[in-house]
Ligand binder design. Sequence first.
Ligand code: CA
Length: 241
Amino acid sequence: MTRPIILIEDEPGIADNVVYALKQAGYEPHWYHEGQAGLKAAADLQPLLVILDVGLPDTDGFEICRQLRKTSDVPVIFLTARSDEIDRVVGLEIGGDDYMVKPFSPRELIARIKVILRRVMTTTAEPDHTHETAGFRVDEAGKRIWFQGQLLALTAYEFGILALLSQQPGRIFSRAQLMDAVWSAPEESFERAVDTHIKTLRAKLRAIDPDHESLITHRGLGYSLKPSDRHHLHKDQSKVR
Ligand code: CA
């Protein structure tokens, strides 16, 4: 269910750093050494974004991007080494969304990725099917939820719980209510199962923001989603340096 980020880069030293930084930022990187293999993966995996080295052993990054653009408008960030490559990347006809000049800081790359993904999310989201609340964007029709701009990889149960909680931040839902709303055959399950899914949900949200406690336990009552507050917004912004 997770949509990966595809990295097409033939230099292992650079790829290792990028893969590490992507994982640290909570993304799921898939690394390919060669253009054609990466292109095939981009078609199969429906990635969030493609990071594309210009100088590749088989087909160059420009050609890969041209082929990719025939079927996909996935965001592309080019990695370039030489000034003549940079000139071509900056030229508009290539179809990339951004570029990084080697050597670059993986942290800067992550920052650029976040900017691009935020832009893509806001332009492609359909207002009729999504609602935003307490740092979450919920696409009921597409069964997708973003937390602070990042798409969460959720199981069907986790989606159901979070989507229900997000309909009314602050309202407490009992385990039984959550089960009724989420399970197709609630009598066959146990309320403890809700606790398990809440636990895995928390881990996924913490992977994006370790300090954020969105899911609140109400002992003996159930769970609620913490309503937005300014304090958290300020704290989140101060982290993006
Ligand atoms: Ca290269």
